[in-house]
Write a protein that binds this ligand. Structure first.
Ligand code: MLT
Length: 394
């Protein structure tokens, strides 16, 4: 008889955001007409910017005419988009060749797929609290996980330290869920460590566009030595509102070699086998993000989210509640008040003021006692949610 993948038995019954969605749907069913304020999942509220919309329309028109129609595109990405993304890195002084850029359908998809490059005997070191898909994707593959808890005493930033057997190292900066950002020094220490031990860093840069402080690195490839030990995974979801549109990119340097095998070449082999690429229309829309107009417009939208984060931070300060994040990041990570557990606080906010956030425990055991708010809502909802919370806790 066929044996299914038994590792699925080691997963929680449901994925964190699915559990939140279930609980909120149940509440709404039982309380029809409720105006729920959703600040749980980091899904964007603002529409795609005009430059992207115009490019998407043009691309649809291209597909309507024989002379401009495109069928299959190269599996690793259309040359025009790979070149555009390489140039985006170049503007920041980071040399990336177009054939080191792989266009993907989004960072979360890619974070799962990329594990194909590594043997299942490779253990994954995951600093926590962490985006739960890092853990779940490795559990599904039967990989050993080394949890690296972080806490308030180190601002939720993982201390670089050699942990025997850590073959894959996940780093996310700006961090989901804590909003903590790795500075150059700490990131350089991780890079040195990976080069020393032969580990590969999977660097999740999905929130890089939120960085305002020039001293902070947007990309791990700003750090010397990263080309021999890191893969960077990025997305237009949070940068440009592509959560429902789906587009991302991955950088794999040609110098990244393990066991005599080039990971860039392996990924070409993987993509050409397992994918027919991302649609022409979406890649045209994605390229528009990197034009001057696109950059100006996406940063106008990011200002709305940054302002939401500021409003949330000010509310928590007034309430005397400890929090971090929200400065170079779209997430606020707060201590649960009144010794609530994070799920108790979730239930209380939902029941009493109809505000939805994300319980810290969903990001790992060390997230217990903390709670995450996303700044991706619209401004009116964010202000209203903070007003309701202040009334409840003030
Ligand atoms: C989150 O809320 O953590 C993110 O939206 C999840 C994601 O990007 O898939």
């Amino acid at each position: 008889m066929l044996t299914p993948n038994l590792h699925y038995q080691e997963l929680h019954d449901s994925y964190l955001f699915a559990r939140i969605a279930e609980k909120t749907a149940k509440y709404c069913d039982e309380h029809p007409g409720t105006r729920l304020l959703r600040m749980g999942i980091g899904d964007v509220s603002q529409p795609l910017c005009p430059a992207v919309i115009a490019a998407l329309h043009e691309a649809v028109e291209d597909q309507a005419r024989a002379e401009t129609f495109h069928g299959y595109l190269p599996e690793c990405g259309a040359p025009f988009l790979r070149e555009t993304i390489a140039a985006y890195y170049g503007k920041r002084g980071v040399a990336v060749a177009p054939d080191e850029v792989f266009v993907s359908s989004g960072a979360s998809d890619e974070l799962g797929h990329i594990l194909d490059l590594f043997d299942t005997s490779a253990a994954a070191l995951i600093p926590e609290p962490a985006y739960p898909a890092y853990v779940d994707a490795n559990v599904m593959a039967g990989r050993r996980i080394l949890h690296l808890p972080t806490g308030r005493e180190q601002d939720f930033l993982p201390e670089p330290r050699e942990i025997p057997g850590a073959d894959l190292i996940y780093l996310c900066s700006p961090n989901n869920p804590t909003g903590a950002v790795l500075d150059r020094e700490r990131l350089a220490a991780w890079v040195a460590l990976a080069n020393r031990t032969g580990a590969v860093i999977l660097f999740d840069a999905a929130y890089e566009a939120f960085i305002e402080d020039d001293a902070l690195p947007h990309s791990i490839f700003e750090i010397e030595g990263a080309r021999t030990c890191a893969i960077e995974i990025c997305s237009l979801s949070k940068t440009a509102g592509f959560t429902g549109t789906r587009l991302g990119y991955t950088i794999i340097p040609k110098e990244l070699v393990r066991g005599g095998m080039h990971l860039n070449a392996m990924w070409v082999r993987n993509r050409t086998t397992k994918s027919n690429g991302v649609s022409y229309i979406l890649q045209k829309g994605g390229a528009a993000v990197f034009t001057d107009a696109g950059q100006r417009q996406v940063h106008e939208t990011l200002r709305i989210y940054k302002n939401n984060a500021r409003v949330m931070g000010e509310t928590l300060s007034r309430l005397g509640i400890w929090y971090t994040g929200g400065k170079n990041a779209p997430y606020i990570w707060m201590a649960c008040p009144d010794r609530f557990t994070s799920w108790e606080f979730f239930d209380t906010l939902l029941r009493e003021v109809q505000v939805v956030g994300t319980p810290g425990e969903g990001f790992g055991k060390c997230g217990e006692g903390y709670f995450r708010f996303s700044a991706f809502g619209n401004s009116a909802d964010t202000a209203e949610a903070m007003h309701r919370m202040e009334q409840l806790l003030g």
